[in-house]
Design a protein around this ligand. Structure first.
Ligand code: GLY
Length: 564
């Protein structure tokens, strides 16, 4: 089953072609394309495009379907970022539908009496969940940018929830991982553990409560989720299980529209995620550092070494400076300034690794379980969406408030719940990303557009802290001529300041490169696991060719289904 497919021109194409002929809509020489993590989600998007929807309606359809058929990664209990390009206005918007901390959340919520993090408090159960943003994001996209009613765009998701979808290996692995936590709360188990255990592949999973929650959202828009019956179910369930949400928290949730972050490297314009995402600033910093080197002269292992040193420094800045821009002052201009990068570059030696602990910053005293999902799409009018959406860990917090069918996120773990103590992704943080009422936790999600004389690429991936370096390296590959398929397939390596080591997929480094990096002082950890699950759409200016590619690591039936 393919999770992507360019859509062929329909009848509207005749009209569009006439308009192109008179030079009105230059961007309509393209086919539409969708790349997502599940074939049923991609099909939902195409169904809505065929019904006359635009890219933004299709984005609602794809994300709504993913909430049903990829329940371990994203959903109405989570949030996300939608990077939009509105072709008719030549305008970019970053729709921030990130979760927010409930009013009762304070820096001590996740600490014991001795000020140490309470094990599992920010990862399991209702206390781990921020107030979800995805439902508000859907309503916002439909009302502000779509052509179709929300109810039309959510119809495929509702149908999938009612009729069911076949269980597949990747989601079943997550169910095994979550079994102990989920056993504490029966609503989750009733849907996903028939007879008390994960089902066999192919078992049809129906989600009648989720269908009703989606129907209320579809009929009433955001109030159908954030007030009324759904809100009451959510709050009753959370409070009964020891969580701290209130009806006011839900009623107060708002999507925020932000200016994307723009940067440039080697003649390519990069349109990407601003805070509370950390990826845009980190990518700008890394590319600014790299721009001080001659790409023709910096090749092979030297290039990888310098890239790792730039990653190390960008992630150090992430730990110190980044958080919710509505609550803290982030020195964005400084961090993305070429002079600042020149200072960072001055501390890089090409022949030797810089120990992270030797850099001024946070240095404290694992494994990542990144779920999250990304899809890329473009319609025939040139509208684009890069969306990365999440409930954070596998099946989020593992908690489903009875009556909702909604799995709540564990996004509170993306805060620095204790200064200098690594989170589940081993990321460090401090005051800039402290827990606080109404704050959005810092994210690594990095939906991105690349634009150049060559054309356009729309990309992003799940993968926790590694999202940023995956997007970065696939962007560099596109600048070097890679196709969409090559971008999603390339082997990945990563450094995030702490822990002070390069993690790499098998095959990302040759034996000689690994030996040379170790000789320069790097610790290198080669993982048998896969990193990420990237989805890319590209458009070539010269040929007009559209390519949509899904990551072979994420294939729904693949054997290598572990996504790390
Ligand atoms: N929950 C993963 C992220 O936002 O970075």
């Amino acid at each position: 089953m393919r999770a992507f497919a360019p859509i062929r021109r329909g009848r509207w194409w005749l009209v569009a072609t006439l308009l192109v002929a008179v030079g009105v809509l230059a961007r309509e020489t393209r086919d539409a394309a969708i790349a997502s993590a599940h074939p049923m989600a991609t099909a939902a998007g195409h169904e809505i495009l065929a019904a006359g929807g635009n890219a933004f309606d299709a984005a609602v359809a794809v994300a709504g379907a993913l909430a049903v058929v990829e329940p371990h990664s994203s959903g109405l209990g989570g949030g996300g970022f939608f990077l939009l390009y509105i072709a008719a206005e030549d305008r970019y918007v970053f729709v921030d539908a990130r979760e927010v901390a409930p009013a009762a959340a304070t820096p001590s919520t996740y600490l014991d009496a001795a000020g140490k993090p309470r094990r599992g408090a920010s990862t399991n159960g209702p206390l781990a969940a921020g107030i979800p943003g995805e439902a508000a994001g859907f309503a916002h996209l439909a009302e502000r940018y779509g052509r179709l009613p929300l109810a039309t765009s959510l119809a495929p998701a509702i149908r999938y929830a009612q009729q069911g979808f076949p269980a597949y290996r990747r989601m079943l692995l997550g169910l095994r991982f979550r079994q102990k936590t989920a056993a504490q709360w029966p609503a989750f188990g009733e849907v996903f553990y028939p007879d008390g255990a994960p089902p066999e592949p192919g078992y049809v999973i129906r989600q009648p409560d989720l269908a009703k929650t989606l129907q209320r959202l579809a009929a009433e828009g955001a109030p159908g989720y954030y007030t009324g019956e759904t809100a009451q179910f959510l709050v009753d369930g959370v409070q009964a299980a020891g969580g701290n949400w209130t009806l006011a928290d839900l009623a107060g949730y708002r999507v925020v529209e932000r200016e994307p972050l723009f940067t440039e490297y080697r003649g390519v314009r990069i349109v990407t995620a601003p805070p509370p995402a950390s990826g845009g600033i980190a990518i700008a910093t890394i590319l600014n550092v790299m721009s001080g080197y001659d790409p023709a002269a910096l090749t092979g292992v030297d290039r990888k070494h310098v890239l790792v040193e730039a990653m190390r420094r960008a992630y150090r800045d992430r730990a110190i400076y980044l958080g919710d821009p509505d609550f803290i002052d982030i020195p964005v201009e400084r961090l993305v300034h070429p002079f600042y990068a020149a200072g960072l570059r001055a501390s890089i030696r090409v022949d030797r690794a810089t120990p992270s602990a030797s850099l001024p910053g946070l240095w404290p005293a694992g494994a990542e379980r990144p779920q999250t999902t990304h899809f890329s799409l473009m319609d025939a009018a040139g509208n684009r969406v890069a969306a990365t959406i999440t409930i954070n860990g596998w099946y989020g917090s593992g908690f489903m408030p009875p009556g909702t069918g909604v799995i709540l996120n564990n996004e509170m773990d993306d805060f620095a719940t204790a200064p200098g103590v690594p989170n589940d992704f081993l990321l460090l943080g401090a005051d800039a990303n402290a827990v606080g009422p109404g704050r959005r936790p810092l994210s690594s999600m990095t939906p991105t557009f690349l634009e150049s004389d060559r054309g356009i690429a729309i990309l992003g991936t799940p993968g926790g802290s590694r999202i940023i370096t995956m997007v970065l390296r696939s962007s560099l590959a596109w600048m070097d001529g890679a196709t969409a398929q090559e971008m999603v397939s390339m082997k990945r390596f990563h450094h995030q300041y702490y822990p002070d080591r390069i993690t790499a997929e098998t095959g990302a480094l040759t034996d000689e490169e690994q030996a040379e990096l170790e000789r320069r002082g790097h610790e290198v950890s080669v993982s048998p696991r896969n990193f990420g699950n990237m989805n890319v759409v590209t458009w070539e200016r010269a040929s007009g060719r559209v390519e949509a590619a899904t990551d072979p690591r994420g294939a729904v039936e693949a054997e290598n289904v572990r996504v790390y």
